[in-house]
Design a protein around this ligand. Structure first.
Ligand code: NDP
Length: 284
């Protein structure tokens, strides 16, 4: 089998279906088609034990890059030649880019969020509350801090994870950060410009709501959710009803894809094409 040099390999440990059955794969291929790029984006299931061989295979076959998802986001790092700035601070890679014969690790999770946020709230000098301290929260916190956010409050049930994230931000970026243990309904401080749900609360459960006092959502503030299924989470509906600006998780997903395409091809894809394709593929 001959594989063109521009062949693109999507390496994933969680999806066993081909791109045709996967909304993200469909979105990426639609962007390539829209921009007349003869590229392919293919989902492959790689067991953790085969990761090293899979990365070697990607190098050998001249792949231009690949995404990787859980459980490969941290494990892949030892197989790469270098890391982008935010990926190094976050300590996780979801996008690998082949450049000048090297495989470089980037993290597009937080960048995707940032790009979706910027049109409604440029983060420089602002104060944010982040619910959660897992992978998504970590990526978002680091990107907000690198983009000049003034203060981040990390709110999490698990105190070790939450305080570690606040410590990471305070020591590795110029933003200030504090941690609040989430053991009772959380009251969003009036000074916060945005509340970000970076937990999985609400995922596939349209009636679930993070444990937040809804009357503390400030009129005019931004309320963002990383959960993208359902797109209109209960938190976002409650926020809209209180004159907040809701920001859905689909925007983050779309902009992650757009950022990856930009890394691989140098082209800035039309995010509207990605979003429309994703919405159609998800049936929303
Ligand atoms: P992790 O497992 O790394 O982290 C989960 C986080 O959610 C932890 O902070 C955990 O708290 C918290 N959590 C879970 N259940 C509850 C609960 N009932 N109450 C309060 N906190 C809770 O997951 P990820 O960070 O990888 O993913 C989180 C969400 O982000 C998922 O829904 C995922 O789909 C979404 N996501 C969306 C993306 C997008 O592009 N829109 C991209 C990446 C992720 P604790 O530490 O206390 O256990």
């Amino acid at each position: 089998m001959s594989i063109p040099a521009s062949f693109l390999h999507h390496l994933t440990g969680s999806m066993s279906e081909g791109a045709a059955g996967n909304p993200t794969g469909v979105m990426m291929e639609a962007a390539f088609a829209h921009h007349d790029l003869p590229w392919r984006y293919i989902n492959m299931e790689v067991p953790a034990a085969n990761l090293a061989e899979a990365v070697r295979g990607a190098r050998a076959m001249g792949f231009r890059g690949f995404n990787c998802s859980i459980p490969h986001k941290i494990a892949v790092i030892e197989h790469l030649d270098g890391l982008g700035r935010s990926a190094e601070i976050i300590g996780a890679v979801n996008c690998v880019v082949a450049r000048d014969g090297l495989l470089l690790g980037e993290n597009t999770d937080g960048v995707g969020f940032l790009r979706s946020l910027e049109p409604v709230l440029p983060p420089a000098g602002k104060e944010f509350v982040i619910l959660g301290a897992g992978g998504a929260a970590r990526a978002i916190a680091v990107e907000l801090a690198l983009a000049g956010a003034r203060h981040l409050t990390i709110v999490n049930r698990n105190a070790d994870r939450g305080s570690a994230l606040a410590h990471l931000i305070s020591t590795r970026t110029s933003a200030a950060a504090s941690f609040i243990e989430w053991n009772k309904p959380f009251r969003v401080p009036n000074s916060a410009h945005a509340l970000i749900n970076a937990t999985c609360v609400g995922l596939y459960r349209p009636n679930d709501l993070p444990d937040v006092e809804l009357d503390s959502l400030r009129d005019g503030s931004v309320v963002a959710d990383v959960v993208f299924n359902p797109v209109q989470t209960r938190l976002l509906k409650e926020a809209a009803a209180r004159a907040c600006t809701p920001l859905d998780g689909l925007g983050m997903l779309v902009n992650q894809g757009a950022t990856a395409i930009q890394h691989w091809t140098g082209i800035t894809p039309d995010a509207r094409v990605l979003r429309a394709t994703l919405e159609a593929a998800m049936g929303v």
